[in-house]
Design a protein around this ligand. Structure first.
Ligand code: SAH
Length: 240
């Protein structure tokens, strides 16, 4: 799917913890190419600790002296910024660029570039970028933690790649015959527990049908509801 063509580039990272957390975020989202540009005295123990089960990404990282070298082989270079202003007017949220990242990654390398914890990316570095990503935030505080910014960007690409399949409901929708058996049991149970008088039963049951028709009712759901009705009738008869 091209995820192997996506490179995460951290420019001048300061904290080992952020580099480790970045590795973990990348592993969570199926991206494994990490490049560091001129890292500043990283605490590698902290990096390993925060990488958790993703230390292989940390070990296999590449290092460069400049951003231009780190992205030399990349067709698209997507820079991230928390700030607005000059050079940043064409910034878009990661969700809007995610398809583009995947499209380029089908045939070539793509870099997602992140700036320094204290200073972000400078204008020369932004100039190298072909696209600018801005993660939507409040106006009051737009600067995210570095590794959290990486996670959000990688997450959007992962979701757009459609590799994730949400769990599916295995129980089929209950057929009418089963639903009618359930309503008959509930009618009986609600009379047995004294919830309704016989002359109000039709009216009540229409209300109950309306409520239960509002969402999907699976066979498993109906079995549970039938069990509840049976038990209620049984208990009501015990106490009479
Ligand atoms: N003080 C710096 C913020 C750096 S945060 C500044 O003003 O630029 C470290 C890095 O995390 C940023 O360079 C950017 O790569 C990423 N980041 C943080 N918040 C972001 C946001 N809202 N949108 C996109 N990237 C963000």
């Amino acid at each position: 799917m091209g995820m192997e063509n996506i490179r995460i580039v951290l420019v001048g990272p300061l904290y080992g913890g952020n580099v480790g957390s970045t590795c973990r975020a990348m592993a969570n989202m199926g991206i494994s190419d990490l490049a560091l540009v001129a890292p500043r005295n990283l605490n590698m123990d902290e990096a390993r600790m925060m990488a958790c089960h993703a230390t292989c990404i940390l070990e296999e990282r590449s290092e460069f002296d400049s951003l231009s070298e780190a992205v030399a082989d990349c067709g698209a270079v997507m820079g991230t910024t928390a700030r607005g202003g000059l050079y940043r007017q064409h910034a878009r949220p990661p969700r809007e660029w995610a398809d583009k990242v995947l499209e380029v990654a089908q045939t070539g390398k793509v870099a997602l570039v992140f700036g320094r914890e204290d200073n972000g990316l400078d204008n020369d570095e932004l100039a190298v970028c072909t696209h600018i990503i801005q993660i939507p935030t409040t106006i009051e505080y737009s600067s995210l933690n570095l590794a959290q910014a990486v996670l959000i960007c990688c997450y959007e690409v992962f979701v757009a790649s459609e590799t994730y399949e949400p769990p599916e409901e295995k129980s089929p929708e209950a057929p009418s015959l089963l639903r009618e058996r359930m309503f008959a049991l509930w009618r009986e149970a609600l009379l047995d527990v004294g919830f309704m008088e016989p002359d109000k039963a039709d009216h009540m049951m229409l209300g109950l049908r309306r409520i239960l028709a509002r969402g999907k009712l699976t066979e498993d759901d109906v079995q549970i509801l039938m069990g509840m009705a049976r038990q209620s009738s049984w208990a009501a008869k015990q106490s009479n």
